[in-house]
Design a protein around this ligand. Sequence first.
Ligand code: SF4
Length: 203
Amino acid sequence: MEDRVKKTMESLLKNKISASYFENSNEAINHLLNEIENSATVGIGGSMTIMSLEIPQKLINRGNNVAFHWLENSAEKMDEARNLASKSDVYLTSTNALTEKGQLVNIDGVGNRVSAMIYGPKKVYIICGINKITSDFDSAVERIKSNTYKNARRLKLNTPCAINGKCIDCYSPERMCNVMTVIDKKPSKTQMEVIIINEELGY
Ligand code: SF4
């Protein structure tokens, strides 16, 4: 394990957030599936990491009741899934950045993902590739802002970053960066575990 990963895990534990580390995604997925009961309702926040690991399908196939708006095909159903996810037993998401001080830094458009990370579901698992680790808060924000254009392009949004690949702190009607959250310490009503995987995952 790299020193910066070790430091990040020590910081998370100090912040009362559980942390686990896996050399590859298969080991991490096995851990996650063992942790989550088959009877649990599982909410999922928008995450390329979770999609790329095919976690939603694995949970659905073994019988978990999954609420994930990316699996829906209308605005109404997507909102319904966001609401259900916020009341689930377990919530899965990634993080836009994880600092070596053990802070989870996220920027969201709707806000459902960041709010469910803090309050609602009883247990939150944050699946995080080592590419998301940054030294501090400032570099976390820099990391997020320099990668947002990838999501904007994926979603075919008409934002300056989608066109130019750079953030200009826009006033676009389709702006993605409406809410920023920093989880400094474990939210008092929520169990939280960060699963770090020694791979590059997500943006
Ligand atoms: S503020 Fe606007 S330009 Fe900057 S990253 Fe967000 S959506 Fe893109």
